[in-house]
Design a protein. Structure first.
Ligand SMILES: [Zn+2]
Length: 306
């Protein structure tokens, strides 16, 4: 019998703007740009950011049992590094760093978080834009409208034309609806969805990202530092993204010569879910001190659509 790992699919709603930076790359007028997919130029949240935050928050919940298992794991000075024990849910789920006994990749592998619904202002109120290519990657088949046209859901009250920011488009259909796969997305969003062409989607997203200006504070004077005005971009509040977690069965692995977590795959999933639960209070990415980064996982109740 072929063995297939379990795939958990999670949808998330941004409760704040989210900035996961590229680490200083300057893009046009923006000093701190966010990470994008190379092919489509769409912003994304890299898998490492999601897995790292999930690991930290899962470990936070049992600080007495796993005090060393949250961070990067390389032993340094007084820090012992990851415990790497076969009964440690943090190390077995997220992996541990290489040391004398060798490293372990971890049984939960995270994908990047990709955009599926992106909020834009229109004269008909806020609408959430998507396209058939993005939906197709989720296994949802929708016919693509022409470049100057949109298909709108029933909650978008507009006659003939709809503006998305500065862009005016023709409404070709007004009976668009999302697939049941997205049923955990709030109804207010589902009913205000707008399908645009694949080409338009990337343009609309990149034209409507948040760009904020901030100042660095000089710690010695407590005032704004000289030449410290900087701009940064972020995914806006209320955008919907999705990511997958591929969970492998511990029965097929060995850690220190033992089957990890008693061979119970449910323990791996519980560890992942315990970490994801804190995303909506502690957030992910940078600029958390500027009120950014909180992300609600919408379908934690059933442990992820399988
Ligand atoms: Zn550990």
């Amino acid at each position: 019998m072929a063995y297939l790992p379990d795939v958990l699919l999670y949808f998330t709603l941004a409760l704040d703007p989210i900035h996961v930076g590229t680490g200083g790359a300057r893009l046009g007028r923006v000093d701190m740009s966010i990470v994008r997919e190379p092919g489509t130029n769409l912003p994304k949240i890299p898998a490492t950011s999601i897995a790292g935050a999930c690991r930290t928050y899962a470990a936070l919940q049992e600080p007495d049992k796993f005090p060393h298992c949250a961070g990067q794991g390389q032993a340094q000075g007084n820090y012992r590094g990851h415990c790497g024990k076969p009964d440690c849910p943090i190390c077995v789920t997220f992996g541990f760093a290489k040391r004398a006994g060798g490293g372990f990749q971890g049984l939960a592998q995270f994908s990047d978080a990709r955009l599926v619904l992106f909020p834009v202002h229109s004269l008909a109120g806020p609408v959430w834009v998507t396209c058939s290519e993005v939906l197709g990657d989720l296994g949802i088949v929708k016919q693509e409208p022409q470049d100057g046209q949109v298909y709108v859901a029933s909650g978008v009250k507009a006659n003939g034309k709809l503006n998305l920011g500065w862009l005016m488009l023709e409404i070709a259909r007004n009976d668009f609806s999302l697939d049941g796969k997205l049923s955990d997305v709030p109804n207010e969003i589902q009913h205000r969805t707008v399908l645009v062409s694949n080409k338009m989607f990337a343009h609309i997203v990149n034209d409507n990202l948040e760009v904020r200006t901030s100042v660095s504070i000089d710690p010695q004077t407590g005032a704004a530092a000289e030449h410290a005005l900087f701009t940064y971009e972020a995914l806006p509040r209320a955008c919907v993204l999705y990511f997958e977690v591929v969970v492998s069965d511990p029965r097929f692995y060995q850690v220190e010569g033992k089957t990890p977590l008693d061979g119970d795959i449910a323990k791996v999933k519980r560890t992942v879910i315990s970490g994801l639960k804190l995303f909506d209070s502690l957030g992910i990415g940078g600029m958390n001190t500027r009120g950014m980064g909180r992300l609600r996982v919408l379908n934690l109740g059933n442990g992820g659509v399988e």
